[in-house]
Ligand binder design. Structure first.
Ligand SMILES: [Zn+2]
Length: 282
């Protein structure tokens, strides 16, 4: 049995545009069934989706049992207007709108809340993250509201400050967590928040010519250093490949991520269990 703690069933690992086109006039259930079949062939029996804007993961949740998969979804990503997240989600500008989105996610069958805290890695300059990030006071508020509504929070965060802010605000998992620092590793062990490092998203870009391979290797090296110290301090690390992202195939991507972690001597067992118990099915 394998866990995929971070995937996007909507994506085909080739083209974001084609992936959106496929479902924009309604969920293409034949495509979703095929994706789930591939996952089942790869012995995946737990799949936590990272969300999408066309309710494809919500549909997958209703189909997945046919394939023996325990499927969890946030339905869509919640992000601050103008910040990263519009590719997969819905935006809020104030707390009233935010609460509205939480209730909408609940109505559509969400199991938890997915929040975009920061942007992604800026592949052109070391340590930098694209766009703006939600401030610490606001993070505390949005996590509190999600928890009050009965949801755990899965947080997309990159950059040491952003990761630390999300950890201190009480999210239950950090997705990606690239460009961490020493303190980040310590905080992971203190807060008992799971780290889903999604190394395959970066590893599988190497050699594609899309980005400088040296930069990609450097991103992985920096994460590796602090991932290993977090592990040593007792942090929970889970296996999530971000499958569906460019060159991270459904099924194969999950195997890739298990391979990445095993190469580092990390057993994701405890982290995976924590994710399945914390991000409860509703
Ligand atoms: Zn993702």
């Amino acid at each position: 049995m394998k866990y995929e703690c971070h995937g996007h069933i909507i994506l085909d690992a080739k083209s974001y545009k084609a992936s959106m086109e496929r479902h924009k006039n309604g969920v293409n259930t034949a495509f979703v069934r095929n994706q789930l079949k591939i996952c089942a062939e790869h012995k995946i029996s737990f799949y936590r989706d990272g969300g999408d804007k066309y309710n494809v993961s919500a549909a997958a949740k209703t189909i997945a049992a046919e394939f023996g998969i325990d499927y969890r979804t946030p339905v869509f990503i919640i992000h601050r207007k103008g910040y990263y997240g519009s590719m997969f989600g819905r935006a809020y500008e104030n707390m009233k709108e935010y609460l509205g989105l939480i209730r909408e996610a609940k109505r559509l069958g969400a199991d938890f809340i997915k929040l975009a805290v920061s942007g992604i890695m800026d592949f052109a300059s070391e340590g930098k993250v694209t766009g703006q990030a939600i401030s610490y006071p606001e993070l505390k508020q949005v996590v509190y509201i999600a928890n009050e509504e009965g949801f755990s929070v899965m947080a997309h965060a990159n950059g040491a400050e952003n990761i630390k802010n999300a950890l201190c605000a009480g999210v239950s998992s950090i997705e990606h967590g690239f460009w961490p620092d020493k303190e980040t590793a310590e905080l992971f062990s203190q807060t008992q928040t799971a780290w889903v490092p999604t190394r395959s998203t970066v590893r599988n870009l190497i050699g594609t010519g899309l980005f400088d391979d040296g930069v990609l290797m450097n991103i992985l090296e920096k994460q590796k250093e602090h991932l290993l110290s977090a592990k040593k301090l007792g942090a929970k690390i889970a296996a999530g490949s971000d499958c569906g992202a460019v060159n991270v195939l459904q099924g194969e991507g999950t195997d890739d991520e298990y391979g990445e972690l095993s190469e580092l001597g990390i057993d994701p067992g405890e982290g995976n269990k924590f994710i399945s118990e914390t991000f409860k099915r509703r």
